[in-house]
Design a protein around this ligand. Structure first.
Ligand code: SF4
Ligand code: SF4
Length: 497
C-alpha cells in the first residue's frame, strides 16, 4: 500500500511560528504548512444521498464483517448488512435505504479488490432509520456499554479504524488513570475534527462522560493544537461542572496526533517500544470517535455517516461534509463542484500519511477523515539523490530512529536487520524523515516496503518451520512403523512358542 510520505511540501517560514511554539509537545517532529484555511471556518454541511452506496465488509482493523444480507433484499437505513466476525470486529450497517443489487468484488481504498455490498438507493425513501431503542447509558454495566458500541459498528475515526469497544476493555490488571482525547488533527489540510469540536462540543463531552464511566476513570484530557483557538474555547466553555475534563492547547507540530506523541505531550510519559498506551495508564480516543459514541447513546444510530473534509487546491468547492459511509469518491467530489483542470492526485487522509486513490469508485469508509486533491505543484516528486549524511532525518524522527541507516538497509533488502538492529517495528510511517530530507529520499515509502517485506519473510519463516515440523513428524512416524515392522517376526515367533 503506497503512502504519501515522500511528499515534498513547501517549508513553513519562520514568521508566524512564534505564537505556535508554546504549549506542551513531544520531542522532534516537523512543521509542514497547515493548509487548513480552505475549510477550517466552513460549517459542516450534509451531502445528499447518492444513487448508489458501496459498503466494503473490511472497513476496520481486525476480522472483516460477515455478510448476512442477500442480493435483492430491501434494506432500511441503519439495518445490519454484515455482523462482527469475532471480538476484534464490528458490524456494517446500511447507510441508505434501498435494494441490494450486488455483493461482490469492488475497488477498496487500500488498493486491492474486496467484498462489498452495493445498494441501489431508493430515491423516494424518506431515509429515516427504523425506530431504535436508545441505550440508557446510566444503567448499563461496562460490558453492556462495550456491546452497544460494538453493535453500533463504532471504530476509531482518525484513520486506523480500530474497533472502539476493544479500546474500552483494557485488561483488569492494567490500571487506567486518564482518558486522552485526541483533538490534535495535525495532518495538513484536514479540519473535520476541528469542526466537530467547534460545532458539537457538548456531544464530545457527553461521549467522554460515557467513556469515563465505562473505563472507571475520573480524569480526561483533551489535547488540541494551538492553531484551533476557537475549538479550545468552545470545549472549555462547555465542560460539564461535574466532570474533571481539562482542555490543553498543544504546540503545533506533526505528528502530534499519533497516540504515543500525544501521550508524551500531555502526560510526559513515554510508551515503551512494543507497548500500548494502556501500559502507561492511558486510553486514547479520537475526538470524532467520541462524538460517534455519544450519538449511539443519544439517538441509537449506528455509525452510518461521518464527517469528511474535502479539500485541496484540486477541488473546486472545498467543504466539511457529512457523508453517508459507502458514498463513492466521485460522487463526493461532484458534490464539491468537481476537480480543477490541473488536479493530479486524490488522497484519502492527509498528505503526510494518506493513501493516493487511483480509482474514484472507491467508497468513503468509516476511517476516511478527508479527501485531499492536489495539483501538479504539490504532488511533484523531485528526483531522489544520494544521502549526504546531514542527519536531519534523525532530528525529525519522533521515535528516535535512524532513518538514514534504515534507508540504506531498505535499499539492500535487509529487512530482518532493519527490525532487529534498527527497530523498524517502531516506525509509524509518519513521513517526518522524508519531509526534511534534502536529498528527496522517499524514506517512509521505503520503510513501508520494508515492513511488508519483513511480514513476508516472517510468514515464510513460519511456513518453513511448519513444514520442517511436518517432515519431522512424518519421519518419526516412519521410524516407529519400521521399528514395529522389524519387531513383528520376533513377536510372531513368541506367539507360536
Ligand atoms: S523513521 Fe518512521 S517514525 Fe521516524 S520519522 Fe521516518 S517515518 Fe516517522
Ligand atoms: S535527511 Fe536525507 S540526506 Fe540527510 S541523513 Fe537523512 S537520509 Fe541522508
Amino acid at each position: 500500500m503506497a503512502t504519501r510520505t515522500d511528499r515534498r511540501a513547501p517549508k513553513r517560514g519562520l514568521a508566524g511560528l512564534g505564537e505556535l511554539l508554546f504549549g506542551p509537545s513531544f520531542r522532534h517532529g516537523v512543521h509542514p504548512p497547515e493548509a487548513k484555511g480552505l475549510t477550517e471556518a466552513l460549517p459542516i454541511r450534509r451531502m445528499p444521498f447518492p444513487e448508489e452506496i458501496v459498503l466494503p465488509l473490511r472497513q476496520h482493523t481486525g476480522a472483516p464483517s460477515r455478510v448476512i444480507a442477500s442480493v435483492d433484499d430491501r434494506v432500511e437505513r441503519g439495518d445490519v448488512l454484515g455482523v462482527a466476525d469475532g471480538y476484534v470486529s464490528v458490524p456494517v450497517h446500511a447507510s441508505a435505504s434501498g435494494v441490494i443489487k450486488d455483493i461482490g468484488w469492488w475497488p477498496h481504498p487500500s488498493g486491492t479488490m474486496d467484498t462489498a455490498v452495493r445498494i441501489q438507493v431508493d430515491r423516494f425513501a424518506p431515509q429515516l432509520t427504523r425506530p431504535r431503542i436508545v441505550p440508557e447509558w446510566r444503567g448499563l454495566t461496562p460490558d453492556q456499554v462495550r456491546k452497544a458500541v460494538q453493535n453500533a459498528g463504532v471504530v476509531g475515526l482518525g484513520g486506523a479504524a480500530f474497533p472502539t469497544h476493544v479500546k474500552l476493555n483494557p485488561p483488569k490488571e492494567t490500571a487506567i488513570e486518564v482518558l486522552l482525547i485526541n483533538g490534535a488533527e495535525c495532518e495538513p489540510y484536514l479540519t473535520s475534527d476541528h469542526r466537530v469540536m467547534v460545532e458539537y462540543p457538548e456531544r464530545v463531552h457527553f461521549g467522554i462522560r460515557v467513556m469515563m464511566q465505562c473505563l472507571g476513570v475520573d480524569r480526561a484530557v483533551i489535547g488540541v493544537e494551538n492553531n484551533k483557538p476557537d475549538a479550545i474555547a468552545r470545549l472549555r466553555e462547555t465542560i460539564p461542572e461535574d466532570l474533571d475534563i481539562e482542555v490543553i492547547g498543544l504546540t503545533v507540530k506533526y505528528p502530534q496526533g499519533a497516540e504515543k506523541m500525544l501521550i508524551k505531550a500531555v502526560t510526559g510519559r513515554e510508551v515503551p517500544s512494543g507497548k500500548l498506551p494502556m501500559h502507561v495508564g492511558a486510553v486514547v480516543q479520537n475526538v470524532g470517535s467520541i462524538a460517534a459514541i455519544a450519538e449511539v447513546f443519544e439517538t441509537g444510530y449506528p455509525l452510518i455517516e461521518r464527517i469528511v473534509t474535502v479539500t485541496g487546491p484540486g477541488v473546486r468547492k472545498p467543504q466539511n461534509l457529512i457523508v453517508p459511509v459507502g458514498t463513492k469518491t466521485r460522487d463526493v467530489l461532484d458534490f464539491c463542484g468537481g476537480l480543477t483542470p490541473d488536479a493530479t492526485e486524490v488522497i484519502f487522509g492527509g498528505p503526510m500519511m494518506g493513501v493516493p486513490q487511483p480509482d474514484l469508485d472507491v467508497p468513503v469508509m468509516k476511517g476516511t477523515s478527508g479527501i485531499v486533491v492536489l495539483t501538479e505543484k504539490e504532488s511533484a516528486r523531485p528526483q531522489a539523490l544520494a544521502c549526504i549524511s546531514c542527519a536531519r532525518c534523525l532530528a525529525a524522527c519522533p521515535m528516535f530512529l535512524n532513518p538514514s541507516r534504515l534507508g540504506q538497509m531498505a535499499q539492500l533488502g535487509l529487512f530482518e536487520r532493519m527490525a532487529e538492529e534498527y527497530h523498524l517495528e517502531d516506525c509509524m510511517l509518519c513521513g517526518s524523515c522524508s519531509y526534511v530530507c534534502p536529498s528527496n529520499i522517499p524514506l517512509a515509502q521505503m520503510f513501508a516496503l520494508g515492513k511488508a517485506g519483513l511480514r513476508r519473510a516472517q510468514q515464510r519463516a513460519r511456513e518453513e518451520q511448519a513444514e520442517k515440523e511436518r517432515l519431522e513428524k512424518e519421519a518419526a512416524a516412519r521410524d516407529q512403523a519400521e521399528r514395529e515392522a522389524a519387531q513383528e517376526p520376533a513377536r510372531k515367533e513368541r506367539e507360536v512358542a
